[in-house]
Design a protein around this ligand. Structure first.
Ligand code: HEM
Length: 128
């Protein structure tokens, strides 16, 4: 296609599947983040993040069909997200992004979004 979406440029569905799988492997072993997830099985949370990211980057809009408008900040209000949680989230996401082996410009675009989004999800002030 002449106008490729970012979703297509990075390799489509399989790339996002790999990304979130690697990310949740990190979360599964994280003593701070793991207890925040209400469900015993991380699979459904992995699927929600996968579908959200696919939709955000121009792929199929299955997330909205299943979950409605993302309203991500609102959906995170039940969870206490300070700088500590944000930085751990980003640490696992960094490892996941690195594992994809994307071209530099695509990788930078993906990473800058993750940093921005993670900062926007912080909902408690924390002492430094
Ligand atoms: C849901 C934690 C940042 C996207 C959740 C859940 C937790 C959580 C505990 C509930 C799990 C579930 O879906 O059942 C965190 C923490 C973050 C963070 C600690 C640290 C900053 C982000 C960011 C994004 C994101 C930056 C997007 C780029 C999502 C999505 C859901 C979700 C799409 C599912 C929403 C739904 O449809 O219900 N998150 N999150 N999160 N998170 Fe995060």
């Amino acid at each position: 296609p002449v106008q490729m979406t970012f979703y297509e440029a990075v390799g489509g569905e399989q790339t996002f599947t790999r990304l979130v799988r690697r990310f949740y492997e990190g979360v599964a072993d994280d003593p701070v983040l793991r207890p925040m997830y209400p469900e015993e099985d991380l699979g459904p949370a992995e699927e929600r993040l996968r579908l959200f990211l696919i939709q955000y980057w121009g792929g199929p809009r299955t997330y909205n069909e299943q979950r409605g408008h993302p309203r991500l900040r609102m959906r995170h209000v039940p969870f206490r997200i300070g700088a500590t949680e944000r930085d751990l989230w980003l640490q696992h996401m960094r490892a996941a992004v690195d594992s994809l082996g994307l071209h530099e410009a695509l990788e930078r675009q993906l990473w800058e979004y993750m940093v921005m989004a993670a900062h926007s999800m912080v909902n408690v002030a924390e002492e430094a």
